[in-house]
Design a protein around this ligand. Sequence first.
Ligand code: EPZ
Length: 451
Amino acid sequence: MTDDVLVVHGGTPLEGRIRVRGAKNLVSKAMVAALLGDTPSRLFDVPKIRDVEVVRGLLGLHGVKVTDGEEEGELVFDPANVESASTDQINVHAGSSRIPILFCGPLLHRLGHAFIPDLGGCHIGPRPIDFHLQALREFGATVDKRPEGLHLSAPNGLRGTKFSLPYPSVGATEQVLLTAVMAEGVTELRNAAVEPEILDLICVLQKMGAIIKVHTDRVIEIQGVPKLHGYTHRPIPDRIEAASWAAAALATRGHVEVLGAQQADMMTFLNIFRSVGGEYEVTDLRPPRNGRPGQEGGIRFWHPGGELKSVALETDVHPGFMTDWQQPLVVALTQARGLSIVHETVYEQRLGYTEALNSMGANIQVYRDCLGGTPCRFGRRNFKHSAVIAGPSKLHAADLVIPDLRAGFSHLIAALAAEGTSRVYGVDLINRGYEDFEAKLADLGAHAERP
Ligand code: EPZ
């Protein structure tokens, strides 16, 4: 633990330009999809983050040859020899990510059975997998829960089904997609999640030969096909990382250009950013012309000076305000005049990190009520899932311990915005989802070092 600490000298505005690569929450799923093809797949712009390493390790254990391609960030997956891995080998990855659950459908199609270890991922509530298992059973899979993990089999193959999700879960929608594409017959999924990362996964599967229709009202229809081939794909950029740096620019009164950030996927964030008083400019991609150099597209975010304004927001499934955007933004909201309200409706326990911000001088109260918005499914279940942030508060340095990925980034932003020297413990967790974040901090002029 003592090695895993970053010493942050706060109080300097972040200034400069960084680049985001393929979205963590698409890249890891596209990697799993490569298992379904009968020829190699090629994925570009893959960030060097821990989640990618975990999926790469799991694919390798199942006989998929993963190699680096010619381009920086390109991975090539050869699924010619998919094979079973031993439970001991797979269990090495237990607790390190939630992606293994998405191996179920592809492994059932390729091998007729699958073993899934105990899942990991961020500790932001119970994070059940009941929707996933219910869906797999609907397809005809048998699920045997044992202490070491899940054993699944489909001796008679998988068949298309009609299924409605109790909540538009991202992971469960991906589970259905990755299973239905090669199941026999038609699958109709109702109340599906339609996040941009899901639509990009659908693009990947369509490139592989799948037939998927996205209807209105969250209905997705998949016509199963007997065979899929490999894909070549450049993923959508990471809109969570882009918003995290935008929030860091605002909280430190700085100016950060995020190359690769895409307006269309971030519209809801941009509206809130502007309402708080932040400014941004979308810089479109310009190809080189008449001897003039080209320009990569992105979004410039900055604090225009003066005071920020309080806002009321509610996290939601797409096209709502992403739950992963709220923790970084809340740090900036501690600097806004008045009372801001954040109603977290996706995860029941995603506000615990505010205690650390309070220890730095913020004034954030959390409540069990559904504040400021429509009642959600956590209102009557005794979860503290609404926050009131009173500002502006002068933040001072503190020793912080990172609890999970996005909260971790918010701790980092708070340390950068605070006066004085903070010690942020557990920073390696940030490498799960933010590529080279220490190098990016240096590029933005932050004063942070390993002791
Ligand atoms: C994905 O998690 C992301 N992770 C999360 O990002 C993101 O916060 C979340 O979607 C929402 O956008 C990845 O893509 C790897 P869900 P996922 O299933 O798929 C409940 C990050 O930091 N639920 O949409 O696990 C669940 O408890 C991570 O990058 C069930 O009840 O999220 C939650 O309340 C954190 N039963 C809600 O649905 C189930 O079987 C939404 O979860 C499945 C989910």
